[in-house]
Design a binder for this molecule. Sequence first.
Ligand code: HEC
Length: 194
Amino acid sequence: MPPSPPPPDDPGIKLREHTYDGIQEYDQRLPNWWLYTLYGAILFWIVYWFAHMISGLAVTDGAAVDAAMNRIAAAKMASSIDVSNDARFWEMARNPVFVDAGRQTFNSLCIACHLASLRGKSENPAAVGPDLTDTAWLHGGTPKEVFATVSKGVLTKGMPAWEPVLGQKKTAEVVAYVLSHHQPGEPITVEVPK
Ligand code: HEC
């Protein structure tokens, strides 16, 4: 049997009672680096658990995957915009990345006349633009009709043509934002402008 290590300097440290396979232990304090690592791990666990499970502050893995998938879907849609395809417009209108880009454009260029709520004259009779959230449209409410209105404008009535300013992608985004306030298949009425 190899010789036992010398006893620690501190005479207060005793040999513990048990013996396993002829091995005995001193009753020593754990080293500080070890204890602090343990306490740090416990603290990390509490903060991590709170952030992920309780507060919802941290992005969950599922949400991160959804966000990444939405970005990929948005990039694909943006690379193959087909303004004559209503179904594609509804997909864009359900994609948060697309809709968010559209919201930014809307909030900088359109709210002067249609208001931030999109409700235009319905919210404030002094507003220049009509309500874009109701199902009554002046120029048709299918996605391609809405795109055509936004793209070409209604110059005689004070609605500017936006595609020359924004380009096709941004125009499609802003239309997706308008459509995000609507449902596919909702009943559309077209008011003939007087
Ligand atoms: C200078 C004021 C003005 C701005 C800015 C403006 N619009 Fe309009 N918009 C109008 C007016 C006025 C009409 C109604 C046209 C008519 O009476 O035929 C209209 C009509 C529309 C319609 C058709 C509504 C329907 O019932 O058919 C859509 C869609 C629309 N605007 C979207 C937009 C978007 C998107 C933007 C920003 C990119 C925008 N507008 C910016 C004034 C504006």
